[in-house]
Design a binder for this molecule. Structure first.
Ligand code: PMV
Length: 325
């Protein structure tokens, strides 16, 4: 009747951009991500005797308009469970909200686990990933820790558009610094951005066709622990995604000036022999992924950079899981 789950955020190294179906959040391309220990959402779902669902986000009641997606998602799990009961959802992010860090991946992954347990459903990890994807595409990846691959799948019902663990976090304990350059909310969210790109960019089809190669290459880079190859593919996929978004009409530019300065800075560090690369999602923050052997050498070079408001350091996180109260 009551369950609490924790899930970690993730960042894609081979990026997902574009949907082959919007209501089901079916991705047009596969993606590969790492799960981050330091960023997590803890969610408690309680079955209650009430007329409607309630959501409390970071200690404050959330309105239905603000969070319709969450309520629609709970409806879906309630239908799967064959239940008619209302729920109270209490969700907390351990990282600053409004800092431009996507909380939807960890949020929907934790909500999927906690709701399934509260409604007494016993899904497989594959089902959990499939359901989390309906909440948010990247949430499917947050079901697992370490290195994770999301498949675009072929089926119209989305049953094969699920994430799968590639390697455990112990395989290669990479570290990430998240450099926050702005806490202003992004002007256009990922779903609207993806739709505009599909409808207007001349590069959308080539992006889809090229992605298979990146996926094959990154799998082997991770398998071989080849950092140089990992850096090359990740920066290529990141810049290709942003180039694609910029080629929409009107063009989507998620960066600010500091984002660009940081790209140059990370590339300079690599020239100095420090093993680090950058990746950037639909916002202006820069994530710097480091080889475990060089993290302490890189850290001083990221301190006090102009325009960087805050830095969060993280190792790789584990699977989303139910926790005892
Ligand atoms: O999960 P969504 O719908 O917020 O989309 C995520 C899109 C990117 O973060 C830009 C890339 C990715 O693969 O996570």
């Amino acid at each position: 009747m009551k369950a609490t789950a924790i899930a970690h955020a993730n960042i894609a190294l081979v990026k997902y951009w574009g949907k082959r179906d919007e209501p089901l959040n079916l991705p047009a391309v596969g993606s590969v991500s790492i799960t981050l220990e330091a960023l997590s959402t803890t969610t408690t779902v309680t079955i209650v005797d009430a007329a409607e669902d309630h959501l409390i986000l970071n200690g404050k009641p959330a309105s239905r308009q603000q969070t319709q997606r969450t309520f629609d998602f709970v409806d879906l799990l309630r239908t799967i469970a064959g239940s008619e009961s209302a729920v109270k959802i209490e969700s907390e992010n351990n990282f600053p909200t409004g800092a431009g860090l996507a909380s939807s991946a960890s949020g929907f992954a934790a909500l999927t686990l906690a709701s399934a347990a509260a409604f007494n459903i016993e899904p497989t990890a594959r089902q959990l990933s499939e359901w989390a994807r309906i909440g948010s595409g990247s949430a499917a990846r947050s079901i697992y820790g370490g290195f994770v691959e999301m498949h675009h799948g072929e089926k119209a019902d989305g049953s094969d558009a699920v994430a799968e663990p590639l390697f455990d976090r112990k395989h290669w304990p990479l570290e990430t610094f998240i450099l926050i350059t702005s806490d202003v909310e992004k002007p256009i969210g990922s779903t609207d951005g993806m739709n505009l790109t599909r409808d207007t960019s001349p590069y959308y089809q080539p992006w889809i066709e090229d992605s298979q190669r990146d996926l094959a290459n990154i799998r082997s880079a991770i398998h071989e622990r080849d950092f140089e190859k990992l850096a090359e593919i990740s920066e290529f996929s990141c810049l290709k995604m942003h180039g694609l978004a910029m080629s929409a009409n009107p063009g989507l530019l998620y960066w600010n000036g500091i984002t660009v300065d940081l790209i140059h800075h990370v590339r300079r560090l690599r020239k100095m022999g420090l093993r680090a690369f950058f990746t950037i999602d639909a916002g202006p923050q820069v994530k710097v992924i480091c080889h475990p052997g060089d993290t302490s050498g890189i850290a001083p070079h990221l301190k006090g950079l102009p325009g960087v408001q805050r830095i969060i350091r993280s190792g790789l996180g584990g699977d989303a899981r139910i926790i005892d109260d």
